[in-house]
Design a protein around this ligand. Structure first.
Ligand code: UGA
Length: 427
């Protein structure tokens, strides 16, 4: 099949290259010139495992376009994978979605063939039918589910393993309100053997939020248990290992520590909380999930104060800036919260990250102006005795921590074994 992908970020690019691997032809569309140029030269514009190889191997089977209407005109299906960021109140910014929808609508107007539009961006329940559909119909003069197909099909891709997750998902959930669209999507994914669930569009929008909220809840639960274990002198990782062996619970996302950040979980939890409130329901669990997570950075700084009661003028090392290892993304990274607190208390920070420094500098310019960045982690260890670990990059397992005070939010074993003073956040 011929597919257009609107928005070539982590989700769009991994989905598109995944579809190419499944044998489809893909046209990427992006408004960012750097993204277009990168794809033209078969390079992902960000770090994503396996993507560069796959792009090189499949050169010629995908194209990149600046003009969305041209892409729609030469394809059968259009996936919308644009960003839908949310602010602190959980309100979702739908401007990118609106712009993409109206351009697709204009392309549909002159199109003789049947075309299917699939929303893959995470959107609050009701958005596909109450917002996207209306824009498409108004700009095209055509009727959804009759003249063109419309579906919702959320992504469950983790950054860093997005391509792998696309090709072997736990499930594919197709949100379709009509038979024809359902069949088109089933056909599209026929070479993936995972379970496929077909639901209506609004149910599918909710499945995405409920899934991410559950993942966040699992981690916050692990952290809350971890905080009590710390007070009792119990190793929460052992406790949670024992808990996770119950197949109804499972071992995943039960590593206690600094908690969850990134471009998805925080924003989706906030949006779901807002949905509860807008509908007169109290989000009792989710508010606690969010609060527990926010507290972890503060708890880590408190632990640090066991060793350095006054941070003013002290040099503190921070290892790790990204929201998890294996990615270059620093969005809503807990490392930022920690650094902000350290600076507010007058500390000098020297930070290292193998991939995230550039993005950290452009996302957090205020903080970046004040702190020092180390090229290699060894420089952090050379320049200070007191170090915080915020991201568990594998290379931090290779360092020499002897003589150092380490306050660890992620559990780097080598530091635990060899530091002069070691303090784990939840163990
Ligand atoms: C998350 C979901 O896992 C994906 O299923 C979803 O598709 C994606 O959001 C999205 O909505 O696009 P991602 O944000 O890439 O994916 O990150 P995860 O691998 O789930 O990790 C999230 C955070 O939890 C990280 O900051 C990580 O350090 C933290 N974490 C993870 C823990 O603190 N403890 C754990 O045991 C596991």
């Amino acid at each position: 099949m011929k597919i257009s992908i609107v928005g070539a970020g982590h989700v769009g690019l991994a989905t598109g290259i995944g579809l190419v691997i499944l044998g489809h032809e893909v046209i990427f569309v992006d408004i960012n010139d750097n993204v277009v140029k990168a794809i033209e030269s078969a390079k992902p514009p960000f770090h994503e495992e396996g993507l560069e190889d796959a792009m090189e191997r499949h050169r010629g089977k995908y194209l990149v376009e600046r003009n969305l209407q041209n892409a729609v005109a030469s394809s059968e299906i259009t996936f919308i994978t644009v960003d839908t960021p949310s602010d602190d109140s959980g309100s979702v910014d739908l401007r990118n979605l609106a712009e993409a929808s109206s351009q697709i609508g204009r392309a549909l107007k002159n199109l003789e063939r049947y075309h299917t539009i699939v929303v893959k961006s995470t959107v609050p329940p009701g958005t596909t039918e109450g917002f996207v559909k209306i824009i498409l119909e108004n700009t095209s003069g055509k009727k959804a589910f009759i003249d063109f197909g419309l579906a919702m099909n959320p992504e469950f891709l983790r950054e860093g393993s997005a391509l792998r997750d696309f090709l072997s998902p736990d499930r594919i959930v197709i949100g379709a309100n009509d038979e024809r669209t359902r069949e088109i999507l089933e056909q599209l994914y026929r070479n993936i053997s995972s379970p496929k669930l077909v639901v209506d569009i609004e149910t599918d929008e909710m499945i995405k939020y409920a899934s991410n909220a559950f993942l966040a809840m699992k981690i916050s639960f692990a952290n809350e248990i971890g905080n009590l274990c710390k007070k009792l002198g119990i190793d929460s990782w052992k406790v949670l290992e024992g808990v996770g062996l119950d197949h109804r619970i499972g071992p995943y996302l039960l590593k206690s520590g600094l908690g969850w950040g990134g471009p998805c979980l925080p924003k989706d939890v906030r949006t779901l909380i807002r949905q509860f409130k807008q509908n007169g329901e109290e989000p009792l669990i989710l508010e606690a999930v969010y609060k527990v997570n926010k507290e972890q950075a503060y708890k880590l700084v408190q632990l640090l104060k066991k060793y350095v009661s006054n941070l003013k003028g002290r040099k503190i090392g921070v290892l790790g800036l990204t929201y998890k290892p294996g990615v270059d993304d620093v969005k809503e990274s807990i490392a930022y919260d920690i650094i902000k607190k350290l600076i507010d208390e007058g500390a000098h920070v020297i930070a290292h990250d193998p991939l995230g420094v550039q993005k950290f500098k452009s996302m957090y310019p205020d903080v970046s102006k004040i702190i020092e960045f180390a090229e290699v982690p060894e420089d952090v260890l050379k320049k200070t005795e007191i170090i915080v670990i915020a991201t568990e990059w594998p290379q931090y397992e290779e360092l020499d921590y002897s003589g150092k005070i380490i306050v660890d939010g992620r559990r780097v074993k080598k530091a635990e074994k060899t530091a002069a003073h070691y303090e784990g956040l939840c163990w």
